[in-house]
Design a protein around this ligand. Sequence first.
Ligand SMILES: *[C@@H]1O[C@H](CO)[C@@H](O)[C@H](O)[C@H]1NC(C)=O
Ligand SMILES: *[C@@H]1O[C@H](CO)[C@@H](O)[C@H](O)[C@H]1NC(C)=O
Ligand SMILES: *[C@@H]1O[C@H](CO)[C@@H](O)[C@H](O)[C@H]1NC(C)=O
Ligand SMILES: *[C@@H]1O[C@H](CO)[C@@H](O)[C@H](O)[C@H]1NC(C)=O
Ligand SMILES: *[C@@H]1O[C@H](CO)[C@@H](O)[C@H](O)[C@H]1NC(C)=O
Ligand SMILES: *[C@@H]1O[C@H](CO)[C@@H](O)[C@H](O)[C@H]1NC(C)=O
Ligand SMILES: *[C@@H]1O[C@H](CO)[C@@H](O)[C@H](O)[C@H]1NC(C)=O
Ligand SMILES: *[C@@H]1O[C@H](CO)[C@@H](O)[C@H](O)[C@H]1NC(C)=O
Length: 485
Amino acid sequence: MLPATLICLLNAALVLAQSRQQISLNSVSSFNTQSLPGTSFQLPRADNLSVSVALCSGNKGSSSTRFFLTNASTVDDPGPEGGTDVFELNMKDGLGVFSGIFTNGGILAIDKEDNERLSFQIAASDNGPLHETLDRLPLFGDTTANQALLFSPPFGQVPISDPRYPNYTLAVPGLDMPSPPSSSPNFTLVVAETSASTPLTSMQQTACMISSQKTSGSIVNESSWPRDSDGWRTQWILNGLTAQTNYTAYVIQDNVKLSGPIYFTTKSAAFNCPLVASLPYCPRVSYAIPLSTPQTDLAIYDSTNLPSEISTPLIGYLRNFTTSLTTFACGRDYYSPLKSCADCQREYQNWLCAISFPRCGETSTTAGNSRSRKRQDGPAQAAFMTPALTTQTSGVDPRNPNFPVFNSSYELLLPCIETCFSADRACPSFLGFGCPDANFNAAKTYGVGYIDGVDSDMEGEGMTGTAQDRYGNVWCNAGEVNDLA
Ligand SMILES: *[C@@H]1O[C@H](CO)[C@@H](O)[C@H](O)[C@H]1NC(C)=O
Ligand SMILES: *[C@@H]1O[C@H](CO)[C@@H](O)[C@H](O)[C@H]1NC(C)=O
Ligand SMILES: *[C@@H]1O[C@H](CO)[C@@H](O)[C@H](O)[C@H]1NC(C)=O
Ligand SMILES: *[C@@H]1O[C@H](CO)[C@@H](O)[C@H](O)[C@H]1NC(C)=O
Ligand SMILES: *[C@@H]1O[C@H](CO)[C@@H](O)[C@H](O)[C@H]1NC(C)=O
Ligand SMILES: *[C@@H]1O[C@H](CO)[C@@H](O)[C@H](O)[C@H]1NC(C)=O
Ligand SMILES: *[C@@H]1O[C@H](CO)[C@@H](O)[C@H](O)[C@H]1NC(C)=O
Ligand SMILES: *[C@@H]1O[C@H](CO)[C@@H](O)[C@H](O)[C@H]1NC(C)=O
């Protein structure tokens, strides 16, 4: 008679050899340690195979289960004892990825703690890892007391019109909208209170974990939007949030890739500026504006309900500017070695939109994770940068005379002065475009020194280096956003 333990071992080995489950190429398989088909899996053949494991349960650091793999046909059960061509998956916050040569396939083995309940996914791909933490972050638009405007990471280029001489035709921006890319990723938005008893950021940072969580508020509109030169994004309008509350947001792409977190804060209950979005002539305008709240289902402004007293003159300015610009022999003569008439038109549009749509802000709810840049040539800036907010008293003449008088006081978030400098730099001087002197009185009408230094040649060397960051801080309006920040 063989000892009982040896019989068990033999049985286990036989079971392993017979029923090792095959992981198929370029697909995701889900497992649960309560009902595992075996403790090892057969990996497919590929010259460059990316194997990824994503944990779909538990908090960061909660799992002691380890994953080993091998590409050697001589190793039957890769594990902690190692061996030639045995590798351990380096698991970080629930995600482990390994890329290597698997010309004869290979084996992935789980070394699990006896009682650990774990659900996880395994994927193998010959075209880069299927599971991934994306570098590009979701983008925060703005909030009201109970709504939020959020964007996915960009997914498709917006075609940039680059006309050629002698047919240098510039369309009036926004009158011809590009059509969305034929296919878009499947994006899912997940939002939760930052102070929830189990915050999203404490969980395994994987798509399967985050996407299984309940999202705060309700998504009332989802659409594709060509927001800026970064490309198309999915735009979400979220209702039903709680006033003055910190939220954490993630975006999941195609159920396997995770982008985030970003953070944002809702405004106080007294905040009464509604959101505006989806304006073809001002595609980057997606924030709260000082207008009375529209009595529509979504209670936000878009091109269908924005008063024509505001949109008609704006489109007129864009049309007239384009006409003046093309009196220059665009594409034949050059006013700059770097900039074209099309660049000038784009920068002018961005500036015009930023000053035409005053943006409401709120001091009390500015997020707290502020940061500053240490200037090389000067003392460190204060730890908390205050945004370029200025109080507008009730009933004063609006910044944009085409806006009706707003019957309550509000805080105005000034445009970043860089929006003006960019237009000034990109446009031929005969147009007479000018910006106020950053060293003199510009701070009355613009946020100065946030993105670039006050001496505008110090690009990106300002106090924050960006118009907004991932923590929900917005320092000035419509400047470039470094979404990797
Ligand atoms: C296994 O991986 C190692 C290291 O990447 C590689 O040198 C070797 O050729 C691979 N073996 C097979 C059979 O693919
Ligand atoms: C294999 O694929 C990974 C992920 O796409 C990539 O980073 C790596 O450079 C590739 N290796 C080779 C040898 O092509
Ligand atoms: C000039 O370019 C525009 C836009 O690309 C095009 O619609 C138009 O047909 C062109 N005209 C000529 C004469 O090529
Ligand atoms: C996108 O993902 C969701 C969630 O898994 C799924 O219900 C939906 O069918 C997917 N849509 C497409 C177009 O793949
Ligand atoms: C969502 O927004 C887009 C863009 O504004 C619009 O075309 C669409 O009709 C909206 N959908 C709903 C259900 O309101
Ligand atoms: C555009 O130019 C026309 C003709 O010069 C002028 O009548 C009109 O007022 C201008 N529109 C705007 C918005 O400035
Ligand atoms: C939101 O987060 C900031 C920074 O962490 C913190 O200072 C603030 O108190 C939070 N606000 C609320 C309402 O929880
Ligand atoms: C704002 O107040 C003025 C003067 O009291 C009034 O005539 C106007 O109708 C008010 N506008 C709105 C939108 O309430």
